[in-house]
Design a protein around this ligand. Structure first.
Ligand SMILES: Cc1cc2nc3c(=O)[nH]c(=O)nc-3n(C[C@H](O)[C@H](O)[C@H](O)COP(=O)(O)OP(=O)(O)OC[C@H]3O[C@@H](n4cnc5c(N)ncnc54)[C@H](O)[C@@H]3O)c2cc1C
Length: 369
């Protein structure tokens, strides 16, 4: 029997970052995934661009940009082999939005406005102005996830249920853990129904290229710098249940068409296509923290279905979640995994905006209708 302080279910970027921080804190940790190796879910398809969010100073924009500042430095410090800090150019959506670039720069607190001559040198066409973030870049999503847990126990298991025995959670006949973090992406267990996690398909392409693109850039799609003869394009999105019916085998057509409108690309030859889901929350904020025991709550306090709110929340003992990272899993994961691990083992607070508690009462109220 192997006994751990923490079991992490899911070896996408969310799970591996939780495991990485737990190991750093000195607690014993195991990663469990139904796949035999890490990053086969949404994290395999990710372009894994590390880029800030442009927009008005809303709580989501501020949170994303705090995570961006943290994660770009984190990858540079600890994962430099898997993070190409070639910078990130962000273009305005349209000519009206161009006037906002100075404002976005102030909101983010970093960045530099570049004009046509500098942009041409970086491989940009048709754009006269952009915001450049020198600390941005792109990760090797699969390499990074493998490396993050190279010294951590890993078990292949399609987890169906968890049993409780004394103070432990039993995952398999031979694995038990004190705490469990669910980082399962868009596929959720019934315990997480109240979090209403939904999936969105996306694709990315890796291309052989001789084009001289020196930085990453984003407009409606992201284009990576040329790294050892490879350029990445990502991402398309589709809400369809069966995206293959929608794209009819050409998920990257739109990406390719849009890429040549912003970057000086003439020699793209497809190497590999990746398709995967990303997991979203209803309010677009990530979901971090404890897991509420919804069955218990609904039985004990049926009035919550009528909107009654003054009830104490009851949790599934030692269950935690990190999910709903949306289009920015690689930006959010290091920042939020640290927050969660410090919450579990040091009792630190989870930020209200991402705390999983926020979703429960709203969900319970909707059950009545
Ligand atoms: C095309 C595309 C492009 C993207 N580009 C970017 C980008 O440029 N930058 C960025 O930051 N983000 C990007 N994202 C978003 C990012 O990929 C996701 O937010 C991130 O990968 C989510 O990671 P995760 O660990 O939560 O989920 P996943 O990577 O999906 O991992 C979940 C894991 O849980 C496992 N699992 C599920 N259920 C069970 C079970 N019962 N038992 C055992 N294992 C289980 C799965 O096998 C899987 O390995 C992109 C996403 C897509 C699809």
């Amino acid at each position: 029997m192997k006994i751990y302080d923490l079991a992490v279910i899911g070896s996408g970027v969310a799970g591996v970052m939780v495991a990485w921080w737990a190991k750093r804190l000195g607690v014993s940790v195991v990663v469990i995934d139904r796949s035999s190796s890490p990053a086969t879910g949404g994290s395999s398809a990710a372009g894994a661009f590390i880029s800030p969010k442009l927009g008005k100073a809303t709580p989501l924009v501020n949170l994303t940009n705090e995570a961006y500042e943290f994660s770009s430095q984190f990858y540079y410090d600890f994962f430099s082999e898997y993070f190409e800090r070639s910078g990130m150019l962000r273009f305005a959506k349209d000519s009206k939005d161009e006037e906002n670039l100075e404002y976005y720069k102030e909101i983010i607190g970093s960045g530099e406005i570049l004009f046509k001559d500098s942009l041409i040198k970086l491989g940009v066409i048709n754009e006269s102005r952009a915001l450049f973030f020198k600390n941005g870049g792109v990760c090797d999503s699969q390499g990074l996830c493998h490396y993050a847990i190279k010294d951590i126990d890993y078990f292949q298991l399609d987890l169906k249920d968890v049993k409780e025995q004394d103070d432990y959670l039993i995952l398999e006949d031979n694995i038990k853990a004190k705490n469990i973090v669910f980082a399962t992406g868009y596929e959720s267990f019934s315990d997480f129904e109240y979090m209403s996690i939904s999936g969105l398909w996306g694709s990315r392409g890796d291309y052989y290229s001789r084009d001289n693109i020196n930085t990453c850039m984003h407009k409606s799609l992201s284009v990576s710098s040329n790294i050892n003869g490879i350029i990445k394009l990502g991402a398309t999105t589709s809400r369809a249940k069966n995206p293959c019916m929608v794209c009819s085998g050409e998920p990257l057509k739109v990406l390719e068409e849009n890429a040549v409108k912003i970057a000086n690309l003439s020699s793209l030859k497809i190497k590999e296509i990746f398709c995967g889901y990303r997991a979203n929350s209803k309010d677009y904020f990530p979901i971090v923290g404890k897991v509420i025991d919804s069955n218990f709550m609904l039985k004990r306090y049926p009035s919550i279905k009528k909107g009654y709110k003054k009830v104490p929340l009851e949790y599934k003992k030692n269950y935690y979640v990190l999910n709903g990272l949306g289009a920015r899993g690689f930006v959010f994961a290091p920042f939020l995994a640290k927050m969660l691990v410090e919450h579990i083992f040091n009792g630190k607070e989870i930020l209200d905006t991402v705390n999983s508690d926020r979703l429960f009462l709203r969900w319970a109220r909707k059950l009545e209708n």
